[in-house]
Write a protein that binds this ligand. Structure first.
Ligand code: BG6
Length: 484
């Protein structure tokens, strides 16, 4: 495996800790090595030391580190300079010979998106992208492009060197156990599918709330904003997993064909800020009892930035299963707490026979897939309260991942995805046509928001439930967001 951007944040936080986890679980192939490539003056020993620290920070301990570190090496170079690829090629040849590794290479681009195309081209020109004896795979991070046009251009650039079945577009949400568990629950149990449609479901709320702010990523975030960073990929993937029709097989072609159909069914895109969309930017506030600065006071953020850190949008799908069922998507930084969930709100029963109950508010059954931090599934049901009268109240039926499987922490999403790349399984990676459709949905919102600069930013306090306009969006439909 060759990691471009080996000195960067993603390599420290996710890639190396995930590969180390695979190593500890003995899931890596028998013969392997990792070559880090990045500008900078590290040598392999310094790289190994840095990565040991990263693993200690992220995994708590680095037991059995030495056998892992022995397979890590580093080449300092400029990813845009053709000459440096000769150094890289020599290092790859060296480790392949030293560890008797077959001629299979995965290139992971943990670099700014502007470098994806140039790196692919240079890999092609240097001969590293082809082999007569083994495979070549390219892994790219999100967001893939900045809009539909640039994503198409990038795709063409990559496709001059790599075929679609060699390109792995990562969306780490798809590697999360609980996201895959949504598929297992829906399609391995007979009770969900019959009610999974407009006849029984009133609406769906998809929430990806974060308590963290922008940290040191201002430069990236100012370019990207919440729509490109979270909605175009993670939230639309969650929408697809929720709304998908049963695929015939769990494989790259079947699952991805069905997720593309979900995006195709999104008809009207809510660009109108007074209608189906709301945006926000956090002001200073308190998160977990700690006072935190507003977005405009974060390092490297301009004092008049209009970048949105919160988005809520209402989508509807024009197909037989979902016509007229709204899907409300919301995501934001610096909200009250970290919570990722998909909540399916069922319609009330058509008739309530219990005396008195019919006059009160109808019980609403909600099925919640909590993806983090407390992974599990919860269903609210109506139950009779103990006592002489037949009084109904809401109770919860819960499945907690940690309890059921005795796992304290679910495995890292990246670990599973990297393993899938090694095994040549593209099921959980975004295909080019999915990316294209996703931009088709997001582009009009980005454009509209850019054409109407917000006059009320910042408009929600850090540590809150988000801006009032998001509540208003729901109120107009006679609904409310679930509390964070
Ligand atoms: C990343 C975004 O893709 O996902 C970040 O770039 C965000 O801005 C992160 O914080 C959230 O991932 P997770 O796994 O912590 O929910």
């Amino acid at each position: 495996m060759v990691i471009f951007g080996a000195g960067g944040d993603l390599t420290r936080r996710e890639l190396i800790p995930s590969l180390f986890e695979l190593h500890r679980k003995q899931l890596l192939p028998e013969r392997w090595a990792i070559v880090g490539f990045s500008h900078g003056s590290w040598n392999s020993t310094m790289f190994q030391e840095e990565m040991r620290r990263a693993v200690e920070e992220s995994c708590g301990s680095a037991a059995s580190w030495d056998s892992f570190a022995a397979r890590l090496s580093f080449i300092g170079g400029d990813a845009t300079s053709g000459d440096d690829y000769a150094l890289l090629a020599a290092e790859i040849a060296r480790v392949q010979a030293a560890f008797a590794i077959p001629d299979n290479l995965m290139f992971h681009l943990a670099v700014p998106a502007s470098l994806f195309g140039p790196i692919a081209e240079r890999l092609g020109a240097s001969g590293l992208a082809t082999s007569e004896h083994g495979w070549r795979r390219l892994v790219v991070e999100k967001p893939f492009g900045a809009d539909r046009e640039s994503a198409r251009a990038l795709d063409q650039q990559l496709r001059r060197v790599f075929a679609e079945d060699q390109i792995y577009r990562i969306d780490h949400f798809l590697g999360k156990e609980t996201v895959q568990n949504m598929l297992a629950f829906r399609f391995a149990n007979p009770s969900f599918e019959p009610v999974w449609n407009r006849n029984y479901i009133d609406h769906v709320q998809i929430t990806v709330a974060e308590d963290i702010g922008i940290g040191t990523r201002a430069n990236f975030y100012e370019q990207t904003g919440i729509l490109r960073d979270m909605v175009q990929n993670h939230l639309l993937q969650l929408l697809c997993i929720t709304a998908i029709d049963p695929p015939v097989h769990f494989d790259g072609a079947s699952l991805r064909n069905e997720t593309v159909k979900v995006l195709e069914a999104v008809s009207v895109v809510p660009v109108d800020l007074g209608g189906g969309a709301a945006r926000g930017q956090y002001a200073a506030g308190q998160v977990d009892g700690v006072t935190v600065p507003g977005y405009r006071d974060e390092a490297d953020v301009p004092a008049d930035s209009t970048t949105a850190t919160f988005a809520a949008i209402k989508l509807t799908l024009d197909n037989w299963r979902w016509a007229d069922v709204p899907f409300y998507l919301r995501t934001g930084k610096r909200m009250a707490r970290k919570l990722t969930e998909v909540a399916i709100h069922f319609k009330p029963t058509p008739h309530l026979m219990f005396p008195g109950a019919a006059d009160g508010p109808r019980h609403r059954s909600v099925l919640v897939f909590e993806l983090q931090p407390d992974e599990g599934i919860e269903q609210t049901l109506a139950a009779k309260e103990p006592g002489p009268d037949l009084t109904l109240s809401s109770v919860k039926m819960k499945f907690r991942y940690a309890e059921a499987f005795g796992v304290e922490e679910p495995p890292r999403a990246y670990a599973w995805l990297l393993l899938d790349v090694m095994q040549g399984d593209q099921t959980l990676f975004a295909r080019a046509d999915w990316i294209d459709k996703a931009w088709q949905i997001i582009d009009p919102i980005v454009e509209r928001w850019a054409s109407e600069p917000p006059s009320n930013f910042p408009n929600y306090a850090a540590g809150s439930q988000g801006p009032p306009s998001a509540d208003e969006l729901m109120r107009r439909d006679g609904r409310r967001w679930r509390d964070l």
